[in-house]
Structure formats: structure tokens, C-alpha cells
Design a binder for this molecule. Structure first.
Ligand code: IPE
Ligand code: IPE
Ligand code: MG
Length: 243
């Protein structure tokens, strides 16, 4: 009798605890349609809520979205203004997600953001702090190098003030000074749009992450694409330097 290879059911999959998504390809999505780049950003934002809900349904506990990098300030002012207005709009969706028991966190340097945005971020973190179905993290004005520089400054201050000595500096201490201090390392990083680079995203936290690259543009990214990434992840053999 022929042995049929059984298709893997979702229940058998290894589900990553923490998924990071580099939401890329909005500009190209718009260009293909003869639309302004901002149309791609607004379309991309619509995918966010769908993917958050699907991640929760699949049992993912943490999902981080790379929303705006420390390098994205190099873009034309008009595009930046449109993105900042869009981030404020995101909070309509965020409020719905909180009602569905999602905790919200924000990582990155908030200093240059508007008071309105800073207020929304603070209020949202406070209101959702006891929600526990999934933690949704938005990286806004986030850069891995900026995060490590910030951590190094905090540690230098503690040494200067005599609170610690150089011998106290360990990977655990550095971790505790990151924007992601209480968040587990990222297991799977998904980058759509065809680019195969990390662009300063979670550089410390991704030391042992698996990568999944896809040619699809972020505004076209669907639940099926997340499932595909999880299936590929599930088949990877993670060794963390062991045998
Ligand atoms: C990602 O899409 C969104 C942000 C960086 C804010 P892009 O705007 O980078 O889209 P492409 O890469 O130009 O297609
Ligand atoms: C990375 O995308 C940043 C975000 C998605 C927020 P970019 O489009 O800015 O990255 P590069 O410039 O192609 O590396
Ligand atoms: Mg891009």
C-alpha cells in the first residue's frame, strides 16, 4: 500500500513566539498603479489589523512591526508628514485590537514625534497593559544602532555614578537597557518586497532569528502569506550553536 505523505495540519506546526515584520514595498505598490507613494502607505496600514488578528489566531504571542526607521527621516518632507498623519490614524485600529485583548507597546526614540502621537502611545500602553492574548509592538523611529547607543549611554551613566563597575556589563545587562527589555528575542523575521536585508531592525534581538523573504509587496500581504512563513519556519532546524 502506498504511503501518502500527510499534509501538515496547523496544529502540528511550530509556532514562533515572536515574529518581526518589515513592512516594505508600499512605494512600489503605489508606483505600479500610478498612485502617489502615500497611497501605498495607507493601503499598507489596512493590512496591519488583519495580520495582527491572524497572528493572534495562530498563537503568536509577540509581533513587532517595523513602521518607521531612524533612517526614514531622509525621505521627502511630504512623505514623512503623510506617514506621521497615518500613524495617528492607526490608533482607530489599535483601539479595536485592545478590545480584543491585545497589549500594545511602542519601541524607538519618541523624542522627535509630535505631542499628539506621544500622548496616544502612552495612553495606549497604559490602557492595554493587562491585555494578554498577544503583544503588538510598533517600532516607530526605531533603529537597532540607535537602541544600542542609547543602552550604552545608560550603562556609561551607571558606571560614572558608581552604581555598577565595568565587570557588571553582561549580555543580560545590555538586554535590560534595550527598548525591548522585557520582550523575548525575535524568532522569525518576515520581509516582503523582495529586499533581503535587515535595514537596522532588531539587530541585537535577531542574533538567532530565522529569516523569511517574500517578493510580495506589503499592501498585498495576506493571512495566507503569514501562514506560508510559519510553515517555512516550522521546518527550519534551529541549533543556536549546538549540535
Ligand atoms: C515601507 O515601504 C514603509 C516605510 C518605510 C515607512 P516603502 O516606502 O519603503 O516602499 P518601497 O520600498 O519604496 O517600495
Ligand atoms: C525598512 O524599509 C524600514 C521600514 C519598513 C519601516 P526601508 O524601505 O526604509 O529600507 P531600505 O531603505 O530599503 O533598506
Ligand atoms: Mg522600502
Amino acid at each position: 500500500m502506498a504511503i501518502m505523505k500527510k499534509k501538515q495540519e496547523p496544529a502540528e506546526l511550530k509556532i514562533p513566539v515572536h515574529v518581526g515584520i518589515i513592512m516594505d514595498g508600499n512605494g512600489r505598490w503605489a508606483k505600479k498603479r500610478g498612485l502617489p507613494r502615500k497611497a501605498g502607505h495607507w493601503q499598507g496600514a489596512r493590512v496591519f489589523k488583519t495580520i495582527c488578528r491572524h497572528a493572534k489566531a495562530r498563537g503568536i504571542k509577540y509581533i513587532t512591526f517595523y513602521t518607521f526607521s531612524t533612517e526614514n527621516w531622509k525621505r521627502p518632507k511630504e512623505e514623512i508628514d503623510s506617514l506621521m498623519a497615518l500613524f495617528v490614524k492607526y490608533f482607530d485600529d489599535v483601539n479595536e485590537l485592545i478590545e480584543e485583548d491585545a497589549r500594545m507597546l511602542f519601541i524607538g526614540d519618541r523624542t522627535p514625534l509630535s505631542d499628539e502621537l506621544k500622548g496616544l502611545m502612552k495612553d495606549t500602553e497604559e490602557r492595554s497593559k493587562n491585555c494578554d492574548k498577544i503583544t503588538i509592538i510598533m517600532a516607530i523611529n526605531y533603529g537597532g544602532r540607535d537602541e544600542l547607543t542609547h543602552a550604552a549611554k545608560l550603562i556609561a551613566e551607571d558606571v560614572r555614578d558608581g552604581k555598577i563597575t565595568p565587570e557588571d556589563v553582561t549580555p543580560e545587562l545590555i538586554q535590560s537597557k534595550l527598548y525591548t527589555a522585557d520582550i523575548p528575542d525575535v524568532d522569525l523575521i518576515i520581509r516582503p518586497s523582495g529586499e533581503q536585508r535587515i535595514s537596522n531592525f532588531l539587530i541585537w534581538q535577531s542574533a538567532y532569528a530565522e529569516y523569511y523573504f517574500d517578493n510580495i509587496l506589503w499592501p498585498d500581504f495576506s493571512k495566507k502569506d503569514l501562514d506560508k512563513a510559519i510553515e517555512v519556519y516550522s521546518e527550519r532546524n534551529r541549533r543556536f550553536g549546538g549540535v
